[in-house]
Write a protein that binds this ligand. Sequence first.
Ligand code: 48H
Length: 258
Amino acid sequence: MKLDDTLISKAIVEEFMKDFLKFMEVDVAIVGAGPAGMITGYYLAKKKRKVVIFERKLSVGGGMWGGGMMFNKIVVQKTAKPILEEIGVSLKEYKKGYYIADSIETVSTLSSRTVKSGVKIFNLILVEDVMIRKEKITGLVLNWNAVSLANLHIDPLAIRAKFVVDSTGHSAEVARIIVRKLGKKLFTETGDLLGEKPMWAEIGERLIVENSKEVYPGLYVAGMAANAVFGAPRMGPIFGGMLLSGKRVAELLLERLK
Ligand code: 48H
């Protein structure tokens, strides 16, 4: 069989477009394919919800690849152990209640399980705005990240979602867009982003699960974004909270989608 160069290109364009069209209307659109976003997607897709994740970078995994200060190991506490076991990551007990995993194995296994569960991840796409109708978020406004990096004046495209999850990490970008465009409308004490507090693993990891909830009608926050919005400490290189937060948001959304 001779290989046809143009057929190879047609295959890519046609199949990409099919996927893109299919995921332009979803149950849940997740912004950011870090650990929190991927776990949220995994638990939603496991229950057959239609889920898409948009990630602006070439690679998924967010801040997980580098472990702590580029030592590529991640630590999770006992409560998060069942999640990593479920997705098939090897864990070693370091000291009682502290488990350690290889960060490369964790990101690659998590992303593989997320995609195989039915979540569609589009990389290289930046979420630059939201759609609001009757004071509820109803969709996302997308552009290629390369367009933004090159500072090109090119208009975006839009997709519709019943619910949106902001799992963009420290920057809490979707919640920030709401405040910038609509004023202090978040479900926080002041309506504004309260901002992340200094590092304290014990408190940060506890509060992140409580903070993983709806922050504006139709918009949920998961992972580091939850503590940035609700004003809780960062936790440093422990990742259990990101996984527990993602799972919590998936559970809340499954209730809403019933
Ligand atoms: C598309 C976007 C956009 C956008 C951002 O940073 P992440 O890994 O976030 P989490 O919450 O899953 O995990 C946080 C963890 O990595 C961490 O930073 C910890 C534990 N820090 C503790 C500490 O003390 O420092 O992933 C977020 C992802 C990234 O891949 C971004 O590229 C992506 O979101 N993203 N994608 N459109 N507007 N903004």
